[in-house]
Write a protein of this length. Structure first.
Length: 248
């Protein structure tokens, strides 16, 4: 069963607000600019990227992002608590980035860009490459999902992490997870160095199938991207808010 938490409706509302803001801006184009052309074609223009970035920043800084994270994680906690003793070998599957660890520091520094290559010298104030950033291992935990993780472990649920990060980042990622409080999970699955997938689902869904083949019942799968959840192999899925970037 694939579910989108009621909290995700709040994200849609914020997105709708951003669209209304954009439409309002288009409606208030100075007359002098309109006079430069006989017509202005707007129908095929996508939403302005700069406006979307400002809306995402406002969403984060307003506290709405934290509230929506807590709401989705709360629904996941209630679900796994209700199912933990109903199946043999229950399991929870979770993504890493923007699911259990927050990259907000670099998201803001890179102005919502996502360059993979390049150095990461935080003291310079220059944009960072994400690969170098991940090797720093300094992501703080996303507190609502840390609470979910702890509840799962206390309830005897086995936790697996599946991430699109490459194997070359394993040591840094494992260190970061431990520092952030995520200890006692069963396994961290990562992408083999040099491998590429059209969608994260092409990598993650088969791994969930492997987990089931080991005798586990995945009672919940949680992530921040639709591709984290696509492909089945979970009783229920939970989509956390993330308007900051998209992973196919």
């Amino acid at each position: 069963m694939r579910t989108y938490s009621s909290a995700w409706k709040n994200v849609k509302a914020h997105s709708a607000g951003a669209v209304l803001l954009l439409l309002s801006a288009c409606a208030s184009v100075p007359a002098g600019l309109l006079n430069q052309s006989d017509s202005v074609v707007q129908g095929s223009q996508p939403p302005n990227v700069g406006d979307a970035g400002r809306a995402a920043l406002a969403y984060h800084d307003s506290g709405a992002y934290e509230r929506d994270l807590a709401a989705v994680a709360g629904e996941a906690k209630a679900w796994i608590a209700s199912q933990a003793d109903k199946v043999d070998r229950p399991a929870l599957v979770a993504d890493i980035d923007e699911t259990v660890l927050s990259n907000w520091e670099i998201i803001k520094l890179d102005d919502f860009g996502r360059p993979i290559r390049g150095p990461c010298n935080l003291r310079s104030g220059a944009p960072c490459g994400w690969a170098a950033w991940d090797q720093l291992g300094r992501d703080p935990p996303i507190k609502p999902t840390l609470e979910l993780f702890r509840l799962a472990r206390k309830s005897g649920i086995t936790v697996f992490f599946i991430t699109g990060r490459p194997e070359s980042q394993r040591a840094a990622t494992e260190r970061n997870l431990a520092t952030a409080g995520f200890r006692g999970y069963a396994k961290l699955y990562m992408v083999r160095d040099g491998s590429h997938f059209a969608s994260a689902a092409d990598f993650k869904a088969p791994i969930r199938s492997q987990i089931e083949a080991m005798g586990y019942t995945i009672i919940a799968n949680i992530g921040d991207q639709p591709s984290d959840l696509a492909g089945g192999h979970a009783q229920k899925t939970f989509l956390l808010p993330d308007p900051f970037y998209r992973v196919p």
